[in-house]
Design a protein around this ligand. Structure first.
Ligand SMILES: *Cc1c(COP(=O)(O)O)cnc(C)c1O
Length: 398
């Protein structure tokens, strides 16, 4: 059984000068060489000891973070980007050309959905959407132009679980790349071990965990990471999508307690989901519950010790109910009404009018996202017993 914490620990942190316990931030946008010929070799990718060139290319803090994240993800290389959307755009741009075809899960982050639907319609990359748990439908959609299958491991907000093992088997036979957004489940799931070729993250969420930076990451084999950094054709390098030294350093610090944070989020979310289900009033979506349609599929993927993540959704059926519920949580100080997730405090949002508002009504319905669906990103701060009873009281009064 793969242990992401053990894997992460095997990648040593570089300590600072003067006996400092932390890596320094290297705030240089340009790097020196000893001679023009050495620089020429660097530009041609022929240097014997590759050094650093320029801040939009490889730089020391990004390399350190990427090296440790790659160890945790069981891949050869990883690299941080300016945002989660930058990670997704760079990856898709690198893998496709006009005329190509993508099959995407229909149940994905609203921004990714909008990117695929609009941007790629304009740029003549054809996209088909299928539910992430229907490999049979994938077989109907793929054709000889299909280059990418795109999935979210636990899909926002009803937590459908991507049937990655079956889907990646279909793709491997046809040389189609499988790209997986693992934003909801770092450490909990290691997509590369189940057939993902490339794992992308919005580090803005759990990987950072304190809602104070926007960043992303791409995890893959060295060939792919080197291709996106190529000076002449790399989509990360040429689109300027890199993370800055300070951001890469901040993210690196946050890897150290990620296992504790994921465990704490998951523990509270499972208790809350179980208790809301016991009320018998509203449908709850949480993959850790036996009642979740994809619970058994989730069990195939999760690494032991980190639970099923901190996101759950409650279907309050009507917009008026969701409004009432969220306002009562705000008034009791039990949650912030904010988008995003993976923050240390609890965040709630009504999906259909916020993070899934880019999604068309038909797809919303197919994904069981009603006007009353409230997504909760369960935090780990504060006294949980009081928070739990407060949330349950609010639900009972609806
Ligand atoms: C937030 C999010 C993104 C986009 O990431 P940004 O860091 O906001 O650019 C992509 N995928 C998922 C699942 C997300 O939650």
């Amino acid at each position: 059984m793969f242990n992401p914490l053990k894997a992460l620990s095997s990648s040593k942190r570089i300590l600072g000068p003067h006996g400092g316990v932390n890596t320094p931030i290297y705030p240089s946008s340009t790097f020196t060489t000893n001679s023009p010929s050495q620089m020429e070799a660097l530009f041609n990718g022929e240097a014997e000891n590759p050094g650093f060139l320029y801040g939009r290319h490889f730089h020391p803090n990004a390399v350190q973070y990427g090296t440790r994240l790659a160890a945790m993800e069981a891949v050869e290389m990883a690299y941080p980007t300016a945002s989660g959307m930058a990670a997704i755009s760079v990856t898709i741009n690198q893998l496709t050309s006009p005329g190509d075809h993508i099959v995407s899960s229909s149940n994905i982050y609203g921004g990714s959905f909008a990117l695929f639907k609009d941007l790629y319609a304009d740029r003549l990359v054809n996209v088909d959407f299928i539910p992430p748990n229907r490999p049979d439908m994938l077989l109907e959609k793929i054709n000889d132009k299909t280059k990418v299958v795109y999935l979210e491991m636990f899909a926002n907000p009803t937590l459908q679980v991507a049937h990655l093992q079956e889907i990646s088997k279909i793709c491997k036979e046809r040389d189609i790349k499988v790209v997986v957004d693992n934003t909801f489940t770092p450490m909990i799931i290691t997509p590369s071990l189940h057939g993902a070729d490339i794992t992308v993250y919005s580090c803005t969420k759990y990987l950072n965990g304190s809602s104070d930076i926007v960043a992303g990451a791409i995890c893959a084999d060295s060939e792919f990471i080197n291709s996106i950094m190529d000076l002449n054709s790399g989509k990360l390098m040429l689109n300027g999508a890199c993370a800055t030294p300070t951001v890469a350093w901040q993210l690196d610090m946050k890897l150290n307690d990620l296992h504790l944070r994921m465990n704490a989020h998951s523990k509270r979310a499972l208790i809350l989901a179980s208790e809301v289900e016991k009320l018998g009033k509203f449908q709850v979506f949480y993959p850790g519950l036996i009642s979740h349609a994809d619970h058994n599929e989730a069990l195939k993927y999760i690494n032991i010790g980190y639970g099923f993540s901190g996101i759950l959704a409650i279907d309050l059926e009507t917009k008026a109910n969701s409004e009432k519920f969220v306002i009562s949580l705000i008034e009791k100080g039990l949650a912030h009404n904010a988008v995003s997730l993976g923050y240390f405090d609890t965040l709630v949002s009504v999906s259909s009018s916020s993070t899934s508002s880019e999604v068309d009504p038909e797809t919303l319905k197919a994904n069981k996202i009603s006007d009353g669906l409230v997504r909760i990103s369960v935090g780990y701060t504060g006294y949980f017993d009081d928070q739990l009873s407060g949330i349950l009281e609010s639900l009972k009064s609806i």
